[in-house]
Every structure is written in C-alpha cells, then in structure tokens.
Design a protein around this ligand. Structure first.
Ligand SMILES: *[C@@H]1O[C@H](CO)[C@@H](O)[C@H](O)[C@H]1NC(C)=O
Ligand SMILES: *[C@@H]1O[C@H](CO)[C@@H](O)[C@H](O)[C@H]1NC(C)=O
Ligand SMILES: *[C@@H]1O[C@H](CO)[C@@H](O)[C@H](O)[C@H]1NC(C)=O
Ligand SMILES: *[C@@H]1O[C@H](CO)[C@@H](O)[C@H](O)[C@H]1NC(C)=O
Ligand SMILES: *[C@@H]1O[C@H](CO)[C@@H](O)[C@H](O)[C@H]1NC(C)=O
Ligand SMILES: *[C@@H]1O[C@H](CO)[C@@H](O)[C@H](O)[C@H]1NC(C)=O
Ligand SMILES: *[C@@H]1O[C@H](CO)[C@@H](O)[C@H](O)[C@H]1NC(C)=O
Ligand SMILES: *[C@@H]1O[C@H](CO)[C@@H](O)[C@H](O)[C@H]1NC(C)=O
Ligand SMILES: *[C@@H]1O[C@H](CO)[C@@H](O)[C@H](O)[C@H]1NC(C)=O
Length: 315
C-alpha cells in the first residue's frame, strides 16, 4: 500500500528527472498521523514544523525537501542544498524561508490565503540509488484575521406604556474565518438572525445580526463575534423609554406647586371668611341657644332675632 500512496501524491519532482518511487521506505505507515495544527494571525510570522531534523553530521546537501500546500501548490522546495524556484509559488515569493536544520517553513507576513493544509516531504539522497522518503507529514495552518469590535445599535419600532419593541443590529467586519454570532440578554442567551458577506471563502467576512425584542424594562444586551477561538463582544444597555410610571419622579415639583396653591387658596378663603365671621358665629350661637333652650325646657319660646342682644336676653 505504501508505494501506491506515494505515487498518488501529485507533487512534481522539481529536481533533475523523475524519481522512481519503487524502493521507498515509508517510515510512517502503520500509525495514523495525528494532524499538526498551527494557528496564526494575519501579518504575523509563523513557522510550520516539518517532520525531520537533519542531524549535525549531515547537511541539507543530502536532502530534498518539499513544502507543498493543499496537494497541488509548491510553496518551497530544496534539492541538494539549493532552493528550487517554482512558477506556481509566486504568491509565496519573498515571504518564505526554511530552517536548514529542522526544516521549519517560515511564512511572513501571514495572509488569509495562506490558510489551509500543508505537507512537508523529506527525501534522503543516496549515491547511485533512488532517494529515500524520510518523512511525509501534513500540518494544518489556521489563519485568523481580527474582526472589528461589534457595533450594536437599537431602533425602537413600537413603544407603549407596557413594552418597547426594538430592532437590534450587531455588525462586525474584516475578519477571518467565518464567524459565529452569539448573544446575551441580561445574561440569558439569545440567537441572532445572522448573515455573512464575503468575496470568497478565503476573504475577510462581514457579519450582521438582527434581533427583534419586546422589552418591558431596561435590559443589557451583548453581541459576541467568535472566530478560531477568539471573541469580540459589545454590550448595550437598552432603556425602556416610554415609561408611563415616569410621573413618579418629576412630579415632586408639581406636588409642591399644587400643594402651595392649595395652601394659598385655603389661606385666602380663611381671610375672606373672616370678614363674615361675626354673622357665622352668630348663627352658630343662635342654633346653640336653641338647643340649650330645648335642654332647659323653657316654655317661653319667642323667636330670638339674630342679634348680639339675644345672648343677653337669654342671660
Ligand atoms: C526550528 O528551529 C528554529 C530555530 O532555528 C526554532 O525557532 C524552531 O522552534 C524549531 N522548530 C522545531 C519544530 O523544532
Ligand atoms: C521578491 O524580491 C525580489 C528582490 O527584492 C523582487 O525583484 C521581486 O519582485 C519580489 N517578488 C515579489 C513577488 O514580490
Ligand atoms: C484544496 O484544493 C482543492 C482543489 O484545488 C479545493 O477544491 C479545496 O477547497 C482546497 N482545500 C482547501 C482546504 O483549501
Ligand atoms: C454603527 O452602526 C451605525 C448604524 O448602522 C452607524 O451609523 C455607525 O456609524 C456605526 N458605528 C461604527 C463605529 O461603525
Ligand atoms: C446570570 O448571572 C448570574 C449572576 O450574575 C449567574 O449566577 C447566572 O448563572 C447567570 N445566568 C446565565 C444563564 O448565564
Ligand atoms: C432572518 O433574516 C432574513 C433576511 O433578513 C429573513 O428572511 C428571515 O426570515 C429571518 N429569520 C428569522 C428567524 O427571523
Ligand atoms: C465589509 O465591510 C467593510 C467596512 O464596512 C467594507 O469596506 C467592505 O466592502 C465590506 N465587505 C464586503 C465583502 O461587503
Ligand atoms: C410586547 O409585549 C406586550 C406586553 O408584554 C404585548 O402587549 C405586545 O403584544 C408584545 N408585542 C409583540 C410584538 O410581541
Ligand atoms: C452588560 O452585560 C455584560 C456581560 O454580561 C457586562 O460585561 C456589562 O458590564 C453589562 N453592562 C451593563 C451596563 O450592565
């Protein structure tokens, strides 16, 4: 199985002539190769580890090293100590170097297009024999581009005393890879209706999330953009605007004014009433006299006129 596996590998032999692969000694068959993973951010310098380190007794002169991407693209190749240029690696021109000992591939500056599966293949050159595959190992490169801080905006679509209906929008742009939006409403999770825009699957993404809410009180809403294990979040405190209980705060003024007016009117009324006080007192007295008279049960009941003299007459 080993030779067929190697034959199916479409890497073109970049050194002199075609290499027969008949006598290859596949060192890594037998156990499943666990995939190496390298993560990096756009603009950074990143090293992709190879599967072989050249012992100090040897030199790159004795080897062929191929770094290829996603099967078809040659990123960098060395044969007998010399770098081989390859037309289909223009994108990597001037951005790559290889460590001559551990064969680590350095890429700088990192681009989103560099994202993907890579493979390092090392062959040992033997005198008058076919090269021997030393190792052939994949490594996955995950490139990340940071998203902008999410922009959270809210628009009131309907407002009443009981509730406020809002349309909340969350947007973030310029990141990679395709992100997820998550949300929280007073720390209860909410689901955004999200949509993405990108020019290709290896281009920056823009994301927009939409959410319709019906709130009855102030709420704290959070929007989080998640990508390759990174998160950017923004929170917004949504105030319930049309609060019909509102008159409880501002009213303190009108209560004071109203009560002042009432007091003033009351005082005015009293002072006005004072003018007629004698007559009122009189009529009061008169009534009282009546009752007293009844109590006393005096037979004589001449209607007493409402005059001060009435009092004296009684006495
Ligand atoms: C390879 O060597 C370089 C220094 O030359 C070092 O920075 C890097 O970590 C090494 N990588 C591995 C996989 O050993
Ligand atoms: C790489 O660098 C060389 C020399 O500095 C330059 O002539 C060439 O245009 C560069 N290639 C790219 C693709 O930038
Ligand atoms: C690898 O290349 C193939 C064909 O060129 C393409 O269809 C596929 O999407 C690529 N895979 C990755 C992970 O880039
Ligand atoms: C946030 O979005 C609003 C509405 O779409 C826009 O007016 C505003 O400029 C944006 N703010 C930022 C910082 O992008
Ligand atoms: C909400 O917050 C409280 C305390 O701040 C915490 O105990 C609770 O687990 C949180 N609920 C959720 C769903 O995150
Ligand atoms: C999400 O938004 C799209 C377009 O804006 C709309 O067609 C769809 O009905 C929405 N889905 C939900 C669950 O609101
Ligand atoms: C993403 O958003 C940025 C900034 O708003 C804009 O310049 C760019 O054209 C957008 N990209 C796409 C693919 O819509
Ligand atoms: C919003 O909530 C209020 C009261 O809770 C209710 O009367 C109203 O119908 C709700 N509106 C929507 C669109 O669900
Ligand atoms: C809103 O919630 C977020 C996350 O739970 C928290 O970090 C933030 O301080 C809260 N903001 C306000 C104004 O309560």
């Amino acid at each position: 199985t080993a030779p067929s596996r190697v034959k199916s590998w479409p890497l073109r032999d970049l050194a002199q002539g075609t290499v027969s692969l008949t006598f290859l000694c596949p060192p890594h068959t037998g156990y499943a190769q666990e995939k190496k993973v390298v993560k990096s951010k756009v603009g950074e310098k990143v090293g992709l580890p190879c599967c072989h380190e050249i012992p100090t007794s040897e030199s790159l002169q004795n080897y062929r090293v191929y770094w290829q991407k996603n099967i078809t693209e040659v990123v960098l190749a060395y044969a007998a100590g010399k770098r081989i240029s390859e037309p289909n690696s223009v994108r990597y021109e001037n951005r790559t170097e290889m460590d001559p000992r551990n064969l680590t591939l350095w890429i700088s500056p990192m681009e989103i297009l560099d994202n993907g599966p890579y493979r390092c293949v090392v062959q040992y050159l033997r005198l008058s024999q076919n090269p021997m595959v030393v190792c052939d190992e994949p490594v996955n490169l995950f490139v990340t581009a940071d998203f902008s801080e999410p922009n959270l905006t809210a628009e009131v679509s309907a407002d009443s005393c009981e509730s406020t209906e809002l349309v909340v929008m969350c947007s973030s742009y310029g990141g990679f890879p395709k992100p997820k939006l998550s949300g929280a409403l007073n720390n209860m999770s909410v689901v955004w209706n999200a949509s993405w825009v990108t020019e290709s699957n290896l281009s920056p993404y823009n994301i927009t999330g939409k959410l319709s809410l019906n709130v009855t009180q102030d709420v704290n809403i959070t929007c989080s953009v998640e990508y390759n294990g990174f998160t950017k979040s923004t929170s917004l405190l949504l105030k319930k605007t049309n609060d019909c209980v509102l008159p409880t705060v501002a009213p303190s003024y009108s209560v004071i004014t109203a009560s002042s007016i009432i007091i003033v009117i009351f005082l005015l009324a009293i002072s006005l009433a004072a003018r007629y006080l004698p007559r009122h007192v009189c009529s009061y007295c008169h009534k009282r006299q009546d009752s007293v008279e009844q109590d006393v049960k005096e037979g004589t009941k001449p209607p007493v006129s409402c005059k001060l003299t009435s009092e004296t007459s009684f006495v």
